[in-house]
Design a protein around this ligand. Structure first.
Ligand code: TRP
Length: 370
């Protein structure tokens, strides 16, 4: 999966969304968060990941754990493995099918429950993909070229802009609107997409009207910017597969120990928690605290003059303890590909039925029922 998935937002992301917009988005999101707790039944949630590699602990602490939390609050959830997104994204992500099945195993291992969270893929849902056509008629190319996330994608891609890359925010709107999701947990970098989906929902209503006079066909989705910890890679830069600085959820205890041993630290022997000035050491402290359910300042002061050797030993032990049950479950799940496939097929069936129903409503609104 990619670094800028719906998870940890990096400080440099969200370009184009100025401070004031961000503050407004956060305030709005805080209201949503409060209502989710009060009225979980009023919400339908959608999240998505691109299957470009194995899920890692940055995904776990940045977004996956939050999804489980929201699921446990009783919010009906949809979890998209965005396999069509990969085809405009980049070359050489490896075996997509393998990445998809591995993601399903990770989800189940960390506590996503397929009875409450529908796990599905783009490519299995003709109804979702067909929404793209009417939606494309509602946006201009200038609007898409201005989208900061499209610009970022283009900058980080090794390909020229394809038609699909230019229009991917519209596809993403279809991802959200096909099931009428009204809440989407995202990092800041994905805010322009939520805005695009809101605009499309509104314009569809203006142009084609309603089937039910009381309600537009599509609700306007809200972004949920939960405060999730911002974990860095083992070299102190953004955690991403392409930088080779990740620890995958499915790695063994030995692999984890080796990677932590090589993690970057600094020359100051005294351990402190100071993310701004000591990003590498602070990140190791933060990871330790997250795995222990402890406070990072407390962890740092306990290690103190023990130095980076002590810190690394403690992180290794804590991380391996924390992920041990998840990894054991993952092993069992991976060994039963038939079961994983059945979970995905059931999710695709369910999501597909919803997509077809929505497409029917769209045809009614557009007066294309024959
Ligand atoms: N674009 C998201 C990413 O890069 C993945 C994604 C696809 C998504 N469709 C979505 C996220 C819909 C939220 C809602 O990781």
């Amino acid at each position: 999966m990619t670094e800028n998935s719906a998870g940890p937002a990096s400080p440099e992301s969200g370009e184009g969304s100025n401070e004031a917009t961000l503050v407004r988005s956060q305030e709005r999101s805080d209201k949503v968060e409060a209502d989710l707790e009060k009225h979980p039944g009023n919400w339908r949630l959608l999240t998505g990941d691109r299957p470009t590699g194995k899920l890692h602990i940055g995904h776990y602490f940045g977004s996956l754990a939050n999804r489980v939390r929201l699921q446990e609050m009783g919010i009906e959830s949809f979890l998209l493995i965005a396999d069509y997104q990969v085809i405009y994204d980049r070359d050489g992500v490896g075996d997509i099918q393998d990445n998809v099945m591995s993601a399903v195993a990770d989800y189940l291992a960390i506590g996503i429950d397929p009875a409450r969270t529908t796990i599905f893929t783009h490519s299995a849902l003709p109804g979702l993909n067909q929404l793209l056509l009417p939606f494309l008629s509602l946006v201009t190319d200038a609007e898409l070229r201005r989208n900061p996330t499209v610009k970022d994608e283009l900058a980080s891609s090794d390909r020229p802009m394809s038609g699909l890359m230019l229009t991917f925010p519209v596809h993403q709107a279809a991802d959200i609107l096909f099931c009428k999701a009204n809440v989407v947990p995202v990092g800041q970098d994905q805010l322009p997409h939520i805005e695009q989906a809101r605009v499309i929902a509104r314009r569809f209503d203006e142009r084609y009207g309603r089937v039910d006079p009381e309600h537009p066909v599509f609700p306007e989705p809200e972004a949920l910017l939960s405060a999730t910890p911002h974990v860095l890679g083992l070299d102190g830069t953004k955690m991403s597969k392409s930088r080779g600085n990740t620890i995958e959820i499915g790695m063994s205890a030995d692999q984890t120990a080796k990677l932590i041993k090589k993690a970057k630290t600094d020359a100051d022997r005294h351990i402190s928690y100071d993310p701004a000035n000591r990003p590498e050491v602070s990140n190791l402290v933060l990871l330790t605290a997250l795995c222990e359910g402890a406070d990072p300042y407390q962890v740092a002061s306990e290690i103190g003059d023990g130095g980076s050797g002590t810190l690394k030993k403690r992180l290794t032990a804590s991380m391996n303890d924390f992920f041990e049950p998840i990894r054991a479950r993952r092993q069992e799940l991976i060994a039963d590909q038939g079961h994983l496939r059945e979970v995905l097929r059931a999710g695709n069936r369910r999501a597909g039925e919803i997509a077809d129903q929505t497409l029917d409503e769209v045809r009614h609104a557009m007066r294309m029922v024959y």
